[in-house]
Design a binder for this molecule. Structure first.
Ligand SMILES: Cc1cc2nc3c(=O)[nH]c(=O)nc-3n(C[C@H](O)[C@H](O)[C@H](O)COP(=O)(O)OP(=O)(O)OC[C@H]3O[C@@H](n4cnc5c(N)ncnc54)[C@H](O)[C@@H]3O)c2cc1C
Length: 402
């Protein structure tokens, strides 16, 4: 039996590892577009950008460990099409057959509709992006980060930590508004301002200003304000990498549409994992696509188990962490716009106030967020796993605080 995994990053590699750990002895091809061995992305907006870890530290596994997996590992190879009835993928210009296909092609940063090709304007997804941003930061020029999501906040944090004049621009009322809501967003904005970051919310960029020599010189806001910048980092979200599947007949809708077992709908031998998979979450009762590290790893393990014969549905409690300004923010579950947030625990910690907040949705505990309080936050995982009424969650919180 032959498994073909397209996308050789976290979720692709973890699928291959889980197959071998589960005793799979057939052929595994792991093929990816990047010219590198699989590497980890979280350090790219944190330690590698700050220079406290090197690019090599971000490798997911050492070459020897990869060799032990006995993979047909192909780097620098792009998949351009899938023929479902022939069970082949067009890989590097030739058809490659499979018994099982795992789609692990992740996501690609959204770009601005203006300023294409200007030097000094970057998104952050790959090691090349990270190295380019780091080089630009070393020149000491002013930085404008467009987009206050996790990656934008982390880049702003890294820029400010290096003493660069830094502005964070966010269209919504606060940074992290979509992921964590207005209250946590306002706290994070406060932390950013205290670190010297100029946080501008409720405004978008309408143009990039050119210096006359093909490089960026600044950002023009929708109210006409002009912010000087030698480096602009655009962090306005990602789109799932499904362009290569468009003529395949697979259902695509903000990712590869999958059933509760991560199988592409209607196809028993095709699965999607990681950032590219949009699956029917059995616990949440709605389709979700999760762009976080832990889901990439866990969905890979789950898909591998499915190939090896497991029939379990995939219903994890989503988890994300983010390190910024010396603080660790963590979330369990997926807060939705309009969820009520209640801070249930606040204590003085070594880095200032540490806290845990709970989100309510339809009378149920929907998610939990922590700032610098990992041990306390993790106590809510079990409640989220089994589904817990809001009052019970508050009683539980009160018991912890006692
Ligand atoms: C800078 C950064 C920081 C992050 N920090 C955190 C964090 O702190 N916490 C957290 O929870 N998550 C974080 N994440 C998110 C996390 O890294 C992703 O969820 C994870 O990388 C997803 O893994 P993946 O394998 O699904 O996709 P990807 O990592 O996107 O990998 C997909 C791979 O497929 C390849 N590919 C795409 N199309 C094709 C094709 N047609 N043919 C062949 N190959 C193809 C791509 O080149 C890529 O190598 C961060 C992400 C970034 C970019």
């Amino acid at each position: 039996m032959k498994v073909l995994i397209v996308g050789a990053s976290l979720s692709g590699l973890r699928t291959a590892q889980a197959l071998r750990a589960g005793g799979f002895e057939g052929g595994i091809t792991l093929a990816g577009a990047e010219p590198h061995l699989p590497y980890d992305r979280p350090p790219l907006s944190k330690q590698v950008l700050l220079g406290t870890r090197t690019r090599a530290d971000a490798d997911l596994e050492e070459a020897g460990t990869l060799a032990d997996l006995d993979l047909d590992l192909q780097t620098g190879v792009v998949a351009t099409g899938l023929d479902v009835s022939a069970a082949t993928v067009e890989l590097g210009g030739r058809p490659v057959g499979f018994d099982h296909l795992v789609i692990a092609t992740g996501a690609t940063p959204r770009r601005l509709p203006f300023g294409a090709g200007l030097r000094g304007v970057h998104t952050l997804r790959t090691v090349e992006d990270c190295q380019a941003i780091r080089t630009a930061m070393a020149t000491g020029s002013a930085v404008v980060v467009i987009g206050g999501g996790f990656i934008g906040c982390e880049v702003a944090s890294a820029a400010a930590a290096q003493g660069l004049p830094t502005t964070l621009l966010e269209m919504l009322p606060t940074p992290l508004f979509q992921s964590l809501g207005p209250q946590i967003g306002a706290m994070v904005a406060g932390m950013q301002r205290a670190a010297g970051i100029d946080v501008i919310c409720g405004h978008g960029a309408r143009a990039l200003i050119e210096d006359g020599h093909g490089a960026v010189a600044g950002v023009e806001l929708d109210d006409g304000r002009r912010l000087p910048a030698g480096l602009v980092v655009v962090g306005v979200g990602v789109v799932p990498e499904t362009a290569w599947l468009e003529s395949s007949g697979l259902a695509l809708d903000n990712g590869v549409v999958c059933d509760q077992r991560l199988r592409a709908s209607g196809h028993d031998h095709i699965r999607a994992v990681g950032d590219v998979a949009r699956w029917d979450h059995p616990g949440l009762g709605r389709p979700v696509r999760v762009e976080h590290w832990t889901n990439a790893a866990e969905s890979a393990t789950h898909a591998a188990a499915g190939i090896l014969g497991s029939d379990e549905a995939y219903g994890p409690v989503p988890y994300v962490w983010s390190d910024q300004l010396g603080h660790r923010i963590q979330t369990l579950g997926l807060p939705q716009a309009g969820d009520h947030l209640e801070i249930v625990d606040r204590q003085e910690g070594p880095k200032g106030e540490k806290l845990v907040g709970l989100y309510r949705h339809d009378g149920m505990l929907a998610a939990a967020v922590g700032i610098d309080f990992p041990g306390r936050l993790m106590k809510y995982r079990e409640l989220l796993e089994r589904g817990t009424r809001w009052e019970e969650a508050l009683d539980f919180a009160a018991g912890l605080g006692a």
